[in-house]
Design a protein around this ligand. Structure first.
Ligand SMILES: O=C(O)CCC(=O)C(=O)O
Length: 273
């Protein structure tokens, strides 16, 4: 019989209280190396394609490839450096396979209360040494709600491919925010209206998740989180797989109610963490 990786009773209690669960060193160093290489291969393949326009929206810079339904995010402070790629399971069979690993899927069954899960979206964040910028304080829900009916129930498994520390911009989470609904966002008619208004959020609630490579954080779409820039000499890469109940379309298949196009100065954010 296949080994089960479902949450223990203690982990379920933690999840209920805090809104996230961390399992340390779930993947071995060799597996992390392989995943890292798979991410670098994907990045190289995408960069070999014809370049499109880079659009600053909210705190990020997006380049959308409509032919293959993939978005490359560039570091706004260094627009020649890839910040992240989303989604990718349909263009990378190896990274699609990792997303079906029971070490990720089994715990997510407990987070969703569903036994049959499919991918909703996938993302890799590279957060390169010295240059990787912040991921602004947010909940995932406001990014997905405009186009996905299931946004509230989507859960994410985030794999840290490198040891994550404060110095290299580890994930920071605000325990208990999963029970508080949608947090106030910036009043803005652009993408920044998805980012949390930091003047209305108690930033002292954020807890850094410093974890060894191969660890996985599991959380739902309302958990408040962010990460700061990487000031270290090492990359802090992470793979995020988001799951939903079977029978729902993948995010890439759902038309977006917005266009990827640069915003005006007032719609853009000055990066605020
Ligand atoms: O990679 C990180 O530090 C944050 C990931 C995240 O929340 C995101 O990409 O939306």
């Amino acid at each position: 019989m296949a080994k089960s990786f479902r949450l223990t009773a203690e982990e379920k209690a933690t999840l209920d209280r805090d809104g996230f669960v961390v399992r340390k060193a779930v993947f071995s160093p060799e597996e992390c190396d392989r995943m890292g290489r798979d991410c670098d291969d994907l990045s190289a393949q995408l960069l070999a394609r014809k370049r499109g326009s880079k659009n600053v929206m909210g705190s990020y810079m997006f380049e959308r490839d409509e032919d293959i339904l993939v978005t490359v995010k560039w570091e706004p402070s260094d627009p020649d450096l890839v910040q992240g790629i989303e989604p990718f399971a349909h263009v990378s069979p190896v990274l699609n396979d990792w997303g079906h690993d029971p070490r990720l899927v089994d715990p997510c069954k407990d987070l969703t209360g569903q036994d049959d899960l499919v991918l909703f979206t996938e993302k890799v964040n590279f957060k390169r040494a010295h240059k990787g910028g912040p991921i602004i304080l947010h909940q995932d829900y406001p990014y997905w709600a405009p186009f996905a009916k299931v946004a509230r129930d989507v859960v994410t498994a985030m794999i840290f491919l490198d040891e994550a520390s404060r110095e290299n911009g580890c994930l920071e989470v605000a325990p208990g925010t999963h029970k508080e609904g949608v947090q106030p966002t910036w009043q803005n008619d652009g993408f920044r209206n998805r980012e949390i208004d930091t003047t209305k959020f108690d930033m002292s609630r954020l807890v850094p998740l410093e974890v060894p490579a191969g660890s996985v954080a599991f959380f739902g779409s309302l958990l408040v989180h962010r990460s700061l820039p990487n000031t270290s000499v090492h990359d802090r890469r992470a793979l995020l797989y988001s799951y939903q109940a079977a029978g729902n379309p993948h995010a890439r298949e759902i038309p977006r109610p917005f266009k990827f196009q640069s915003e005006t100065d007032t719609q853009r954010a000055t990066p605020v963490t």
